[in-house]
Design a protein around this ligand. Structure first.
Ligand SMILES: CC(C)=CCC/C(C)=C/CC/C(C)=C/C=C/C(C)=C/C=C/C=C(C)/C=C/C=C(C)/C=C/C=C(C)/C=C/CC(C)(C)O
Ligand code: SAM
Length: 374
């Protein structure tokens, strides 16, 4: 260990000894200036403890249709109760529970509306699809220690849902049972595609191959914004066929080529000057992820580029989304892990890319980007 690391370690141990003292906590909450930090930390500690309850309140807003009710205009508690099929007392409990979470608001007595966060959720079907989907994650996390102890050797609700990740447990690798996950991915694709469109200029790019492109939602967004692009969609056979058909209907069949295959064991088609991996790399453990990058690199002519877009680890300001949320999500799924931009760049270099750089995005919870050049 170098001297700087040793100093940092000693500092952290000393700091933790101070912070864990009940006397320090007592006085910190009362002293001017640091009182503000102390109360924020206490609130943070409480939110850590209560986060699951907050998530379930959000889930109840989605599953009862309360967001849709409030979206139509101010409503009193009795009318809300009738429309979401709860007793008036239960509806009021839910409305009040969502108020401090900014899901609902009561600007005038017994006139309930969407709150500031509610306005975002109510108008975003992709985020609501994710809220519904998280039922599976919460079931897998019901006993987090058992989940960790199982060392990914037991099937989980999420590994059964993501059939390619559940291959170890006997699920299909050919693309059967993929309609549900493909629909979820398509519904939430605009989070990612919007970040890509705002960050990457496709003017000098003639053709784009989306590897693991699902039902083609990413290509639909990019292809609509950049009509000159020739598009290729590579995915497991069943998925690629459905995706290319839908994409052909939307953008014109002449622009689309379907490439059914397995991106680990089949050649990645060459002749594209950009290849994209959208929410793919983090699905796979280090060995297969490295092999996938090498397989793509082999297909690229000098100067062609690889675009990687996915939520990443250790992004300043979005750290919990990376290693806490996606770390546990992917553990429960049975495959992959979120990686930091530095780790992904090192993997690209190891796969033979000449250069790779990180492009920050406005909303890191949606995705961060890396572009590597062959
Ligand atoms: C004008 C004045 C006075 C003040 C302005 C104040 C202000 C700036 C207000 C802000 C209002 C505003 C613009 C809010 C915007 C909010 C937004 C954009 C919220 C976005 C939320 C996004 C969420 C919650 C996204 C969640 C995404 C999730 C959970 C994704 C999960 C993805 C999974 C599970 C993917 C799985 C794929 C796999 C298997 C890992 O490959
Ligand atoms: C998490 S989804 C991402 C889909 C899409 N890129 C998006 O962001 O919405 C992973 C995709 O990779 C595909 N996939 C998984 N394993 C694959 C493999 N071995 N070969 C080809 N595609 C695969 C899945 O069918 C699925 O469409």
């Amino acid at each position: 260990m170098n001297r700087l690391a040793a100093l940092r370690l000693a500092y952290v141990q000393r700091r933790n000894a101070v912070f864990s003292s009940a006397r320090f906590q007592h006085w910190a909450a009362r002293l001017p200036l640091i009182r503000w930090i102390a109360t924020r930390r206490a609130k943070g500690a409480f939110d850590l403890l209560a986060g699951f309850t907050y998530s379930q309140i959000l889930r109840a807003y989605v599953e009862t249709g309360l967001f849709d009710v409030l979206r139509q205009g101010p409503c009193n508690a009795a009318a809300v109760a009738h429309r979401i099929g709860l007793s008036q007392e239960a509806a009021l409990t839910l409305l009040r529970a969502g108020r401090p979470l900014m899901l609902s608001e009561e600007p005038a007595p017994d006139h309930w509306t969407l709150g500031e966060q509610g306005a975002v959720f109510a108008t975003n079907p992709g985020v609501q699809a994710m809220v519904r989907h998280h039922r599976l994650l919460y079931a897998d996390l019901a006993d987090p220690v058992a989940l960790l102890r199982a060392d990914r050797k037991q099937p989980t609700d999420l590994s059964r849902f993501w059939t390619y990740a559940g291959a170890l447990h006997g699920a299909s690798e050919r693309g059967a049972d993929t309609a549900e996950y493909s629909a979820l991915m398509a519904a939430s694709q605009h989070f990612v595609a919007d970040e890509v469109l705002a960050t990457v200029d496709f003017r000098g790019t003639r053709s784009l191959l989306d590897v693991g492109g699902g039902h083609g939602a990413f290509l639909r967004h990019i292809g609509s914004a950049w009509p000159h692009l020739r598009l290729g969609l590579f995915d497991l056979p069943e998925v690629a066929a459905a995706g290319a058909a839908a994409l052909g209907d939307a953008l014109g069949a002449h622009r689309i080529t379907a490439h059914p295959g397995n991106f680990f064991s089949d050649f990645i088609p060459s002749g594209y000057d950009m290849v994209s991996l959208i929410r793919i790399l983090h699905d796979h453990d280090d060995g297969p992820a490295q092999a996938l990058l090498a397989n793509i690199r082999k297909s690229l002519a000098p100067g062609a580029r690889l675009l990687i877009a996915e939520p990443m680890a250790r992004i300043p300001g979005a750290e919990a989304m990376g290693e806490a949320f996606f770390g546990l999500y992917l553990w429960a799924m049975g495959s992959g892990r979120p990686r930091s931009p530095g780790e992904i760049i090192a993997m690209c270099r190891a796969a033979g890319f000449a250069s790779a750089r990180f492009l920050p995005t406005a909303q890191a919870v949606n995705a961060s980007l890396i572009i590597a050049a062959a």
